[in-house]
Design a protein around this ligand. Structure first.
Ligand code: W6P
Length: 390
């Protein structure tokens, strides 16, 4: 088919990762035509690379209705963009392109939920073996990373060229060249505390510490990404503290956030005294299969937990890794948990981390899990317990 040929064609190219510095430089020189020429190739390349992987998913999963819906949306969006492949560049073309990008962004708003629904459909209808689970974990990390990157490109183009110019705004697209880390920490804390207060009628305080500089720690970054990670971590820490200390406690140990400016990284460390997590459970916090539970119905507000270990943690880690940072958890069971967000301090080192479709990635879906070459006699019921509070 024609779409098949186009997918084959565009998936031969590797995506071109951009650094935050390149996003900034591009935004400052701001030529809509150049951006259009870049995106009409780069977006189909990124779409095709991940669409090829959708087709390698375990058949059981591919047959799930929600996965079909997701795939169809990608096909539609891919077709809409390659319409621009050979058109002449006029003002009208550029306007149409912006409109197409907005339409695509809206179409894909709920993809994370729809995909999660597909996982539920699979769990409800099949026994999922370790092999399948492994493929799904591998795929979803790559799929969601691809999605983050495509939305970043679309946001930059539509913010720079699609709307009204705003001379008072220091942002370049969705990037803040003077992003004040502690402001984002406080913002995320306040919003998580609001949920915590609603749910538990109390909340732990926040103590912020800043190291090694006198002025506020600033970073060139996408504030919404940082907010997303910190909001998620705050919700998890708050829940841990409230559940560990009990809702009737007289006081709660505060959450401590330390922000450190290093040469290579800026670190944001969040420490809670929420009793920690058993070591055996740590890996599951980042596994999609264990974090997929039916959404509590929206009508019953009382069943909505503060943090359900949904996809919050794995997605937050992807946001951190997207620009070559990371998100790491370290727990002392019986005491508390430290979560560290690492961000690249230098914008020219903050390159997009993008999945590439190639022989190695396709082989992953076909290769069976290696047989254990270390004894394992943990006999741990935690290993099969679902972490979700569903
Ligand atoms: C916990 C569990 C957790 C997950 C993520 C971040 C913080 C915490 N604290 O007890």
């Amino acid at each position: 088919s024609n779409i098949g040929k186009m997918l084959d064609f565009y998936s031969q190219f590797n995506p071109s990762p951009l650094s935050i510095k390149q996003f900034i430089d591009f935004g400052l020189s701001a030529c809509e035509r150049k951006s259009f020429i870049f995106l009409r190739k780069e977006l189909p390349v990124r779409l095709a690379n991940i669409m090829k992987e959708i087709h390698l998913l375990p058949e059981n999963l591919l047959r799930m209705p929600s996965v079909g819906i997701v795939n169809n949306m990608y096909v539609t969006s891919f077709q809409e963009i390659i319409e621009f492949e050979k058109v002449e560049v006029s003002d009208n073309t550029l306007d149409k392109f912006c409109q197409a990008l907005v339409k695509i962004r809206n179409r894909h708003t709920d993809i994370v939920q729809t995909m999660a629904q597909g996982i539920l459909e699979l769990k409800d209808s099949h026994d999922v073996d370790a092999q399948t689970e492994n493929s799904i974990q591998y795929f979803l990390d790559r799929f969601y990373m691809s999605r983050i990157s495509i939305r970043m490109l679309i946001n930059q183009h539509t913010l720079l060229f699609g709307g009204v110019l705003n001379g008072h705004n220091r942002h370049i697209g969705c990037i803040d060249p003077h992003c004040d880390v502690i402001s984002v920490v406080k913002d995320a804390y306040e919003n998580a505390r609001f949920l915590c207060d609603q749910y538990y009628m109390a909340s732990p305080d926040l103590v912020v510490k800043q190291f090694n500089i006198n002025s506020g720690i600033k970073i060139i970054y996408v504030p919404s990404h940082l907010y997303h990670m910190l909001f998620e971590l705050f919700k998890n820490s708050m829940r841990a503290v409230m559940e560990h200390c009990g809702v009737d406690a007289d006081n709660y140990p505060p959450l401590e956030v330390t922000v450190i400016q290093g040469k290579e990284d800026i670190c944001v460390k969040m420490s809670d005294r929420g009793g920690g997590i058993p070591r055996s459970q740590m890996d599951y916090l980042f596994k999609y299969m264990y974090s997929t539970a039916p959404q509590p119905s929206k009508s019953d507000a009382h069943t909505v937990p503060l943090a359900g270990y949904g996809y919050g943690l794995p997605l937050s880690r992807l946001y951190a890794r997207y620009f070559h940072g990371d998100l790491v958890l370290l727990s002392c069971e019986g005491f508390g948990t430290d979560a560290v967000v690492y961000l690249k301090a230098l914008s020219n080192e903050a390159n997009e981390l993008l999945p590439i479709f190639n022989k190695t990635s396709s082989k992953f879906y076909r290769t069976s899990l290696p047989t254990a070459d270390w004894s394992s006699q943990c006999g741990n019921s935690m290993a099969t317990r679902q972490l979700t509070m569903g």
